[in-house]
Each structure stands twice: as C-alpha cells, then as structure tokens.
Design a protein around this ligand. Structure first.
Ligand code: ADP
Length: 290
C-alpha cells in the first residue's frame, strides 16, 4: 500500500514512527506537507498538486494536523476523501475535535461524563456562572488554547470574578469549569484506535502545577485502566467519530470525566510510557480498511 502521512515535519517523533511502522509492514510510506498541497477542484475530478506533480495512487492518509493549521489541513484531508482515499481521521471529525465547546456538547449528548462546564456570551451575571460550577476554585479555559496554555485555576471567588471580567473585556471566549480537585494535578491519556484502547498513561503535573500537560513539565507513567475508564474512552472516541483518538480524562470521585478528545495525538509520550508500538496499531487499522 502507499500511505501518506500529512505532516509538516518528517523529523517529528510521531511522523518518524509512523513511517517506520509502515515500512516494517512492507508499505510505501511518504510524508506530505499539507500546507504545500494545492487543491484543484473541477466537476468530479478532485486533484492535489504537490512538489511539482499530482499525488496519485495513494491508498490511505494519516493526518497529523497542527491546531494552528486546522483550516487548510482539513481542506486537504477533505480533498483526499473526495479522491476516495481512506483517512484514519475524517475531515469532519477533525474540525469538530478542534472546537472545544462543540466537542463538549457532542460528548455530553453521548452521555460521556465531563466536569460541569458553563459558557456564556460574555454574560454580566458572573456570580451565577461561578455558582453553577460549584463556586471557586474553578478552572477557566480559553477556547483557543492548546497544550495547557490558556488554562487558569482561579482559587477564590474574587479571583474568578476578576479574571472572567478581564477575559470578557478582551472579548476572549472562555469556558468555565468545575475544578476537579481530587484528580491531584494528574490526568489520563487513553489512546484509542478503531474503537479499541491500545495504550494508556497517567500524566502528573510538576510540583505545585494543576496542569498535567507534558509540554508544561508533567511526567508520564503507564496505568491500568478501570473498566469504566476504558468504556468512557471508547465512547468518547466514538461520539467524536475519530478512528484515532487521544482521550484525556480526570479521575474524579464520581468516575472518569473527559476533558477533551485529541484528533492528532502524539506518539512519543504514550510509546515511552507504555513501551508499546502504537504506530503499528495505526498501520493495522489502515490495513483492515483499505
Ligand atoms: P489543553 O487542551 O490546553 O491541554 P486541558 O483542558 O486538557 O487543556 O487542560 C490542561 C490540564 O489542566 C489537564 O491536562 C488537567 O491536568 C488540568 N485540568 C483541566 N481541566 C481541569 C479541571 N476541570 N479540573 C482539574 N484539572 C483540570
């Protein structure tokens, strides 16, 4: 098979590992920079021009689209779909997963547990917003943030009020969320491929940090999931229609609560923590479908 990885940088760990895993199974692997793809549209004849030639005979694509280039990246994925190329992450699912609020709405509708979340159109009644998530401390998240940037813990009612007012004044959209204290600065990343959990790790934030993102200095270790955690992760990936998903959740006193579902989850942390060949699972998923 000829498999294209849509990635801006062939040197990135995840990209390298996918190339390696595909080659190990005898496939022809190429890395395509989606930002250098030209989309050509005409009645019933979608084409992609790349590096001086048209991309042809590609059987499957693995999108690794960064959050900052979601618009163009998904347009390229959609073009591959129009060319009848299998994609491990569909363009629609990719777009949905990049919208934090929409994702939480989809997950809530599907019956997936989440920390209570409130979103307003810069409402003036801030006391009500704070009360509806159980009061301070509470968590504020910029709608546009990634990798833990733009996630703020407001410790007191006064702090929460002034931070919400400041964001409102800047016309920055934020979601307000109940702070899940008992998760203790840790979260769980569950890697789901084709409706099956292929790896899971626990990430612990550094001392004094409530955010467990590895980019913020957190550390990862392997974890055995409870049945409920496993079911929740699978349900979340399914609700988001993602063939490959990184489901992030908190362990709370009322069971697992999903924070977000990532559509281009990195392989480095999870392969290191679990010592598993997760890239091979992605290639196997393609083999079953093409
Ligand atoms: P990002 O998408 O920027 O990583 P997240 O919503 O995943 O943002 O939040 C970053 C980290 O902050 C999470 O991994 C978790 O450790 C912590 N966190 C987020 N929301 C909550 C919450 N409601 N209660 C407790 N901790 C949280």
């Amino acid at each position: 098979m000829k498999i294209a990885i849509l990635s801006r940088n062939p040197k990135l760990y995840s990209t390298r590992r996918l190339v390696e895993a595909g080659k190990a199974k005898g496939h022809d692997m190429i890395v395509v920079d989606h930002l250098k793809c030209t989309i050509e549209l005409e009645k019933r004849s979608p084409k992609i021009y790349y590096n001086g030639a048209y991309l042809e005979d590609i059987d499957a694509v693995i999108p690794r689209i960064g959050a900052s280039v979601t618009f163009y990246g998904t347009a390229v994925v959609r073009q591959f779909e129009m060319m009848k190329v299998f994609t491990v992450v569909e363009s629609q699912a990719l777009v949905r997963s990049r919208d934090k609020l929409r994702s939480l709405q989809i997950l809530a509708r599907a019956g997936v547990g989440l920390p209570k979340t409130v979103f307003t159109n810069y409402a003036k009644d801030i006391d009500h917003v704070i009360d509806s998530v159980g009061g301070a401390p509470l968590v504020l998240k910029l709608l546009e943030g990634t990798q833990g940037l733009g996630v703020v813990l407001a410790e007191t009612h006064n702090a929460a009020t002034s931070v919400i007012e400041a964001f409102n004044g800047l016309k920055a959209r934020v979601i307000v969320q109940k702070f899940i204290k008992e998760s203790g600065g840790a979260d769980i990343r569950v890697f789901v491929v084709d409706g099956v959990v292929v790896g899971a790790m626990k990430r612990q934030g550094k001392e004094g940090e409530f955010r467990s993102n590895l980019h913020r200095g957190g550390s990862a270790s392997i974890i055995e999931l409870t049945d409920e955690e496993e079911t929740t992760a699978i349900k979340a990936a399914k609700a988001m229609s993602l063939g490959v998903a990184g489901v992030d959740m908190l362990q709370s006193s009322t069971g697992p609560l999903v924070l977000e579902v990532n559509s281009s989850p990195g392989l480095e942390g999870i392969e290191a923590a679990t010592n598993k060949d997760i890239a091979r699972e992605v290639i196997r998923y393609i083999e079953r479908n093409v």
